[in-house]
Design a protein around this ligand. Structure first.
Ligand SMILES: [Zn+2]
Ligand SMILES: [Zn+2]
Length: 169
């Protein structure tokens, strides 16, 4: 997506756009459309850009393997600095882009793509407290309790269970 900046006056600008995720180069787990809102704050030597993009993604739960859809939001801020001598290297400032003063447009496609990918959660759970599958019989414990003897628990979970018991009492 390309934003023409040469004809933007100083001050705040805002626009929104909707489209298909394919237009951003995205595919699975994303699906359907996106919804983008961009705010620009232009000053003499810089533009501060804030993008907020809403997406839909389809996942498989890490615990119970049920498939589910989730809305995701990717939000980022980028500062474009106009300078005669763009600093190619040096400071590792992530969200600063140096532009020559005569630059007339900026392309935010790659940022939209990167930040969309970053919005995918590390842990994909159908719900926060998904009970998962019984490790013995495979029953989905969100749906029903199985009759397995789940007394012997993984020792790593014991402190958590103790805490839970304490909270319940
Ligand atoms: Zn689940
Ligand atoms: Zn079971």
């Amino acid at each position: 997506m390309i934003i023409k900046i040469s004809n933007l006056g100083e001050g705040q600008h805002q626009f929104s756009q909707t489209g298909k995720i394919e237009e951003l180069g995205l595919s699975e787990p994303f699906f359907d459309g996106y919804d983008l809102e961009v705010k620009l704050d232009k000053a003499h030597h810089q533009i501060v850009l804030n993008s907020s993009i809403n997406l839909k993604a389809h996942f498989e739960c890490d615990r119970c393997s049920e498939e589910f859809d989730r809305s995701l939001n990717a939000n980022y801020e980028m500062v474009y600095m106009f300078t005669e001598e763009p600093e190619v290297s040096g400071d590792e400032e992530l969200n600063i882009v140096y532009l020559l003063p005569e630059t007339d447009k900026i392309d935010i496609s790659k940022d939209l793509y990167d930040f969309s990918i970053l919005s995918i959660p590390m842990k994909k759970l159908c719900k926060e407290d998904c009970k998962g599958l019984c490790y013995k019989c495979g029953t989905n414990l969100n749906e029903k309790q199985c009759s397995c003897n789940n007394e012997e628990v993984d020792p790593r979970w014991q402190p958590l269970l103790d805490l839970k018991n304490k909270l319940n009492n």
